[in-house]
Design a protein around this ligand. Structure first.
Ligand SMILES: [Zn+2]
Length: 53
C-alpha cells in the first residue's frame, strides 16, 4: 500500500503528511496553522460560535 501525498503547489510527492507539511512551510512559505485547519475540516470552527474574537 503506497499512499502518496502530492504537493498541491508543485509536482513533488511525499510519503507522509509531516513531510508534505514541512515542504509546504519551507518551500512555499505556507502557514502551518492554515494547514492544520484544512486537515481538521471546517466543522471544527463553527462561524456562529460565541467565542470572542
Ligand atoms: Zn511543493
Amino acid at each position: 500500500m503506497t499512499v502518496v501525498r502530492q504537493c498541491p503547489r508543485c509536482e513533488l510527492r511525499f510519503r507522509d503528511d509531516a513531510e508534505l507539511r514541512a515542504h509546504l512551510v519551507d518551500d512555499h512559505g505556507v502557514d502551518p496553522e492554515s494547514l492544520e485547519h484544512r486537515y481538521r475540516g471546517d466543522a471544527d470552527d463553527p462561524p456562529s460560535s460565541g467565542t470572542a474574537r
